[in-house]
Ligand binder design. Structure first.
Ligand code: ADP
Ligand code: MG
Length: 335
């Protein structure tokens, strides 16, 4: 490396991040020392992005800096937590100042936006890999979980579904998009918006919650197994962007909405008794959640309906992304 590890940390990771009053010691010592307010619990989440797996060489460095924080804050949102601090483990093949400038620009923008402070990390040489651990705060006992859905609860999802998946498929030449739609969908793939305020507003209202990172059906499956319930989903109620519906057949649009990953929307259940309060709370929400179905008592069974009639997914679809799932045609796991 042309500059040393310590110069690199001093140049890119020490200054110009938001400074919070609850940080006693941040970057620069052997560990960070952080104050947790009374009657609060700490929520800790970690996500990794690896070049060649989660992004390719064409991905702008600023997008990588944004996204590694966004995906972590999305997990905090799904727990109903307020983001506070992040730490960053960065493995770099070389010291590329243009890349680091772009990366820290993206990182700093999203940290500023959510007033989240970078409090430490580790910097090593190796294949490009970025890991962020985010720490959030939640009032004691109020974290949202996957396991509280009950038959009869209403199922909601925020924003729109399938956009990031379509952007990725188009970049791999599987679909042809107009330049305007490609640009709008790339924005969703590269700069996802974690639903931080929505997650916090669901505390005491939602009976279960998860963020949609692997595809709606895959992530719904996690709620269903944790809660030991089933679901009925009205596919014609799925929230779709104009860019998606104008670029695909109706069936393909539903396929993307149900199975493609990287949306980072919130999927959650609301009991009938909380619905009035919920409607009031989300009345002015920017990416208003829509009701897409209902929880049933048939454990882990998902019924898909279109205009009230049973609908089945075309069969050429893999349900969600799983890094360790065995491809059907090979014996080696797909890592
Ligand atoms: P140690 O050897 O004690 O583990 P390091 O030399 O790895 O410490 O790091 C020195 C300081 O810089 C520590 O406070 C660490 O948290 C911080 N740091 C290292 N890499 C990063 C990074 N990529 N982002 C933010 N802080 C970092
Ligand atoms: Mg040390």
């Amino acid at each position: 490396m042309a500059i040393g590890e310590f110069d690199l940390i001093a140049t890119y990771f020490t200054h110009r991040y938001p400074q919070r009053d609850d940080v006693d010691i941040g970057v620069g010592d052997d560990g960070a020392v952080l104050k947790i307010p009374p009657n609060s619990e700490l929520v800790v989440v970690t996500d990794t992005m690896v070049e060649g797996v989660h992004f390719d060489q064409q991905t702008p460095a600023r997008a990588i800096g944004h996204k590694i924080v966004a995906v972590n804050l999305s997990d905090l949102a799904a727990m109903g937590a307020e983001p506070a601090w992040i730490s960053l483990a960065l493995t770099l093949p070389t010291v590329d100042h243009d890349w680091l400038t772009g990366f820290t620009h993206g990182l700093r923008e999203i940290c500023d936006y959510y007033q989240c402070q970078l409090v430490g990390g580790d910097t090593t040489r190796g294949p490009l890999t970025i890991t962020v651990t985010a720490h959030g705060l939640v009032p004691t006992g109020k974290a949202l979980r996957r396991n509280g859905a009950k038959p009869g609860d209403w199922i909601y999802v925020s924003g729109t579904l399938g956009d990031a998946g379509l952007a990725l498929a188009a970049s791999q030449q599987q679909h042809k998009l107009s330049p305007d739609y490609q640009r709008r969908l790339n924005e969703r793939l590269f700069f996802p918006s974690p639903r931080v305020a929505l997650g916090q507003s669901l505390r005491g209202i939602a009976s279960s919650a998860i963020d949609v990172s692997d595809g709606l059906l895959a992530d719904l499956g996690h709620i269903l197994s944790a809660s030991q319930v089933g679901a009925r989903i009205d596919v014609d109620e799925l929230p779709l962007s104009l860019a998606l519906t104008e670029s695909l057949s109706e069936t393909d649009a539903y396929k993307y909405a149900l199975t493609s990953g990287d949306d980072y929307e919130l999927l959650f259940t609301v009991p009938e008794a909380q619905r009035g309060l919920f409607d009031t709370v989300i009345a002015h929400a920017a990416h208003k959640p829509v009701c897409i179905g209902r929880v049933t008592n048939e454990v882990e069974v998902v019924q898909l309906l279109y205009a009230g009639e049973p609908w089945s997914m075309p069969t050429d679809v893999a349900l969600g992304f799983d890094h360790f799932k065995k491809p059907t045609s090979e014996t080696e796991p797909e890592l």
